[in-house]
Design a protein around this ligand. Structure first.
Ligand SMILES: Cc1cc2nc3c(=O)[nH]c(=O)nc-3n(C[C@H](O)[C@H](O)[C@H](O)COP(=O)(O)O)c2cc1C
Length: 198
């Protein structure tokens, strides 16, 4: 039973101050197996209209990061035939910026009475829940898509099925330094209250 008198101040304070750490400022170790499982369980505990579970999570770590990096680099080279070697190397090493990455696939049930838009939103919620839970455990985390989230070869290599979209690659590690705060929106620019008087 809920009790409105029980307010978790730590959670609110955390939510009001949490921030991401850029992947290039991450180091090992990544989340332990049990923490990673918890992080992904929070990703599954999201609003999901119609209980369609319209998302899948693919863990990428260890050598798999370089193997998929090879695909990323090859695709980059294919699409940018004039690319210089240094650039291709950057692409090859993208996933090695962090020890653990979770690719979140948005797997929409097409033609279902639950609108596709709502299913996509649920995948976004899964990403955000994983960010929050990992950061609350002290891990560095960042939600990235970059160009390769939209690349057919990369999507196929990580096991995306036809129709899947990559909602994000969530990078997890340890922060190498305290993340910089970024400008946040002004409350009054975002929030209005509707009133019949207009
Ligand atoms: C769907 C999605 C994709 C993103 N992709 C990128 C990206 O490709 N490159 C980038 O620099 N930031 C990207 N970001 C933003 C980063 O996650 C950024 O670190 C974030 O805005 C910091 O927010 P926070 O400190 O509130 O967590 C993306 C954010 C979202 C929601």
């Amino acid at each position: 039973m809920s009790d409105l008198n029980v307010r978790d101040k730590d959670t609110i304070d955390f939510m009001l101050t949490r921030r991401s750490t850029v992947a290039k400022m991450m180091d090992g170790p990544g989340p332990t197996d049990s923490d990673l499982r918890k992080i992904m369980e929070t990703g599954m505990r999201v609003p999901d209209h119609g209980r369609l579970t319209p998302w899948r999570f693919i863990v990428i770590r260890g050598d798999a990061r370089e193997k998929i990096g090879d695909v990323i680099a090859a695709s980059y080279k294919k699409n940018n035939p004039d690319a210089i070697e240094e650039q291709i190397e950057i692409e090859q090493e993208r996933l090695t910026r962090a020890p653990v990455i979770v690719a979140v696939l948005s797997r929409v049930h097409k033609g279902h009475k639950i609108p596709e838009w709502e299913q996509v939103l649920s995948a976004g919620a899964a990403c955000q829940n994983m960010l929050i839970s990992a950061q609350s455990m002290g891990y560095a985390a960042q939600w990235l898509t970059e160009w390769y989230a939209y690349d057919a070869d990369v999507k196929a290599a990580i096991g995306a099925e036809a129709g899947d979209e990559i909602a994000g690659f969530i990078y997890f590690g340890h922060p190498m330094a305290e993340g910089k705060e970024r400008a946040r929106p002004e409350y009054d620019n975002i929030v209005t209250e509707w009133s019949a008087a207009g």
